[in-house]
Every structure is written in structure tokens, then in C-alpha cells.
Design a binder for this molecule. Structure first.
Ligand code: ZN
Length: 445
């Protein structure tokens, strides 16, 4: 990682681009000065910078090319960050690359006849825009992203506003001691209704997952009694929402490194921090598609459920397994609705119903804003990935309707989805949740 202490050249280019686009008017000048001060006050100079990074979108046309891309993924000398890992032939593979290794990478790709184009020219310019937007006061909570304390406060506020239906609890702490909170929404608390679980923020940089489950909680609570979809769903099911599973990692993306993915626990005998919390769950741990290398972004951890966050959530999910009908773990990006298994290509016995629900969910999503989500088993749809949360909830807890869902977009902004998409994203996932409730109500209760 490059640490950027003298941040003035980046500011200059930012100012220049604003002025070119809008003409030099006094208001813009004031805005620019305000922006500069804002960025300084946000501790910009101590953040990891991505000013020298671009994102390439590549396609493999053969198994050999796929294999080649897979192999360069963990080549430390190139300092690559695969935003989208190697999947199938003809599926996009997005690679963030530093300028200083780009010429070498470009040469290697050309030699192997692998076709790529630049998807994002300068990653930092999008992060800068996001940094500025953070400080603009918005009327709605859903017009901007929020840090972990704001998200937890919002949930606490909802629970206070709807005390007969919503209850907050802490299911354990993170490695750095932050609470992992959940909200249980129930029209008849304690009656043991079948439950559906939705969580966000397992991978730290995937911010839209946090805003989406927050939007879901808000829409359900405000809609009960007036919106027939919310009412029918909550009459049948309890809904449990965990807004941020990996709170430490999420906080780190706000303070220090916007592109952080893993937990923040140290690793023995390595300077690299963190474990991939979606490769660490205690079911077929450490098999296909997880890395034993601590510096890898897919590091599986030192043992099954080595991460305290994973332990806490695993234990809680296991304790409610008899009432839990569905588990959905949100990620971004790619627009995919994925079922079991992750660890193997083999199809599970419940595959036909699991897949039918996926079909219903993606149809509901499409009906809202026309967004197309692909669906299928994790291993087939993306790549084998063992130690994922959805494999644990199905394999260990017996939750048939367990899914990993990749939210918007399909690559234009990747992890840096503009806040203008928070509400439409929330709307289409609310529709999917309603469709899930209908399907499970008709087929599995
Ligand atoms: Zn993810």
C-alpha cells in the first residue's frame, strides 16, 4: 500500500477537474476551498491513497487464459487487487493495478493474448468524490453512506420508535471490541415465528450492503399496517437484520483504507492483517477457493472460525436454527443471487427449491428498476469458495434457503457505488425479500 503524506498534488487535480467542468465562478471557488478544508479535516493525509491505481476489466477466452489470470492473482510483486476474481470463460475479471506495475502487467496480458480495457482510470478520483459527499447534509438517511456508529444509532432510533416490534441486541464483540448488533423485528415477540435473516458489511468495502439492510429494516417497520407487502411478510415471519458483521473492517474503510475487505485481527508470523470473514466459517473450511496465505484478500484464517466475529455470529445462528428458514448474506458487486454450495460444484439435495426461490427473487428485483441479476449455485456462478457463511447456515444449521447475494453494480463503479443508488437498490431488495417470504410461505411452512 502507498501512503500519501503530501496530498497537495491530488487536491490540485481535483480542483482543476471541478473548475474545468463547471467554469470558474466564485461559488465554485468557495466550494473548492470548502472541499479542500473538508478533506484536510477528515484526516485525508493519513489515508491510503489510490491516486496511482486503475481498474482493468479483462476477459479470458480459454481455460489456459483463465488459469494464467488465476495464477498472477497472488503474485505479490505486481500488487494486484482482483475486484472480481477469475470466474468462467467470458465473465469479466476486474483488476486494480498500480501505475508502476501496469506496464509489466500489460505486457504479460498482451503476450498471453488476454483482452482488457480500462474501466476506472483513477480510483482515487471516485473516492475523493465520495469523501466530499459524506459531509453534505442530506434530508434522508438513505441519500448518503454512514459509518458504523451512525448506522447503529439509526437502528437504535428505529427500535425506540417502534418499541412493540423492534428490539436491538448485541451478539458479541469484534476483535477490536466493537459491538455486533442485530435487530429482531417481530409482531409477536417470543412467539417463535419462522425467521428470515439478512446481513451486511461482512466484506468491509462493500458499503451498499450496509445501507441496503438498513433500508430493509426501515421499510418493514414503517410499512407494517400500511404497506400490504410489509404487513403480510411480518404477519408470517420474524425478520432479523445484522447491519454490519465485520464492524472493525468497516470502520477501517472509513478512517484509513477505503478498499479494505477483511477483518482487522493480526496474523502470526505475517505483517499482513486480517482474515477473509467469508472464507472462515466452520463448514468445509480451507478447501477450494480459499487462500492459506495471510496476505491474500481471500485468506481463510488460521483455523475454522478463527475470527471472533465469525464465532459470535455462527453461535447465534446455530442457537436459532430451528426457527430460521432463510439466511441471506449480502455482498457487492456483480448482481448475482447465489445458492449452495460454495465449496463444491456438487448440487445439494434441496437445489430445485433453492433455485426456484432464486428465480422468484431475481424476477422481483427486475420488476422494480429493470436490473438483471444472474442466479445459480455459488461454485458455478462465480467460483468455488469454501468457508462461506451461506454454506455454514445450510450445512450446519440446516437452513435450506441460504444465499450469498452480490448487489449493484456490474462494474461501472464497483465497490464505490454512488449514494444515489442506495434507495433504488433498497427498493429492489425489498421486493426480493417480499418474494422470498411468499415463496417460503407457500412451499416450506
Ligand atoms: Zn463480498
Amino acid at each position: 500500500m502507498v501512503w500519501f503524506h503530501s496530498s497537495f498534488s491530488s487536491f490540485s487535480s481535483l480542483i482543476l477537474s471541478y473548475n474545468i467542468q463547471s467554469g470558474i465562478r466564485q461559488t465554485n471557488m468557495l466550494y473548492t476551498i470548502f472541499s479542500l478544508l473538508t478533506l484536510l479535516s477528515l484526516g485525508y493525509s493519513t489515508r491510503v491513497t489510490y491516486a496511482d491505481r486503475k481498474v482493468l476489466r479483462c476477459y479470458a477466452n480459454s481455460k489456459e487464459q483463465l488459469e494464467y489470470l488465476h495464477n498472477i492473482q497472488d503474485d505479490n510483486s505486481l500488487s494486484l487487487d482482483f475486484w472480481l476474481e477469475t470466474r468462467n470463460i467470458h465473465s469479466p475479471i476486474d483488476i486494480m493495478v498500480p501505475m508502476n506495475t501496469y506496464p509489466l502487467l500489460n505486457e504479460m496480458l498482451k503476450t498471453n493474448d488476454i483482452h482488457c480495457y480500462t474501466m476506472i482510470e483513477n480510483v482515487q478520483s471516485i473516492i475523493d468524490r465520495e469523501l466530499l459527499q459524506r459531509n453534505i447534509k442530506t434530508e434522508s438517511f438513505f441519500e448518503s453512506y454512514h459509518n458504523w456508529t451512525e448506522v447503529h444509532e439509526y437502528f437504535d432510533g428505529l427500535a425506540a420508535e417502534f418499541p412493540s416490534m423492534a428490539a436491538m441486541s448485541t451478539i458479541g464483540n469484534t476483535y477490536e471490541g466493537r459491538p455486533i448488533k442485530i435487530m429482531t423485528i417481530s409482531t409477536k415477540p417470543g412467539s417463535g415465528k419462522p425467521a428470515l435473516w439478512y446481513d451486511g458489511g461482512l466484506h468491509a468495502r462493500e458499503w451498499v450492503t450496509v445501507s441496503t439492510v438498513t433500508y430493509l429494516a426501515d421499510t418493514l417497520l414503517r410499512g407494517y399496517g400500511s404497506n400490504s407487502d410489509a404487513t403480510n411478510l411480518l404477519d408470517k415471519f420474524d425478520i432479523i437484520i445484522c447491519p454490519i458483521l465485520n464492524v472493525d473492517g468497516y470502520e477501517y474503510t472509513w478512517t484509513t483504507d477505503r478498499m479494505w475487505r477483511k477483518t482487522r485481527s493480526p496474523n502470526k508470523n505475517s505483517a499482513c492483517m486480517g482474515t477473509d470473514p467469508n472464507r472462515n466459517w466452520a463448514y468445509h473450511w480451507g478447501e477450494a477457493g480459499a487462500s492459506p496465505v495471510a496476505c491474500s484478500d481471500s485468506y481463510q484464517g488460521s483455523s475454522p472460525a478463527s475470527e471472533i466475529e465469525v464465532q459470535n455470529v455462527q453461535n447465534y445462528l446455530y442457537s436459532i436454527r430451528t426457527t430460521l428458514k432463510s439466511y441471506v448474506n449480502f455482498h457487492s458487486y456483480s448482481q448475482l443471487w447465489m445458492s449452495n454450495w460454495g465449496y463444491t460444484y456438487q448440487l445439494p439435495p434441496d437445489y430445485p427449491t433453492q433455485n426456484e426461490l432464486s428465480e422468484a427473487a431475481v424476477a422481483a428485483i427486475k420488476s422494480v428498476h429493470g436490473k438483471v441479476y444472474d442466479y445459480g449455485p455459488i461454485a458455478e456462478t462465480i467460483y468455488p469458495a469454501s468457508g462461506s457463511s451461506a454454506d455454514y447456515t445450510y450445512g450446519v444449521c440446516g437452513v435450506v434457503f441460504s444465499y450469498g447475494v452480490e448487489l449493484r453494480d456490474t462494474g461501472e463503479f464497483g465497490f464505490l457505488l454512488p449514494p444515489q443508488e442506495i434507495i433504488p437498490q433498497g427498493e429492489e431488495i425489498f421486493a426480493a425479500v417480499v418474494a422470498m417470504g411468499q415463496y417460503i410461505g407457500e412451499n416450506s411452512l
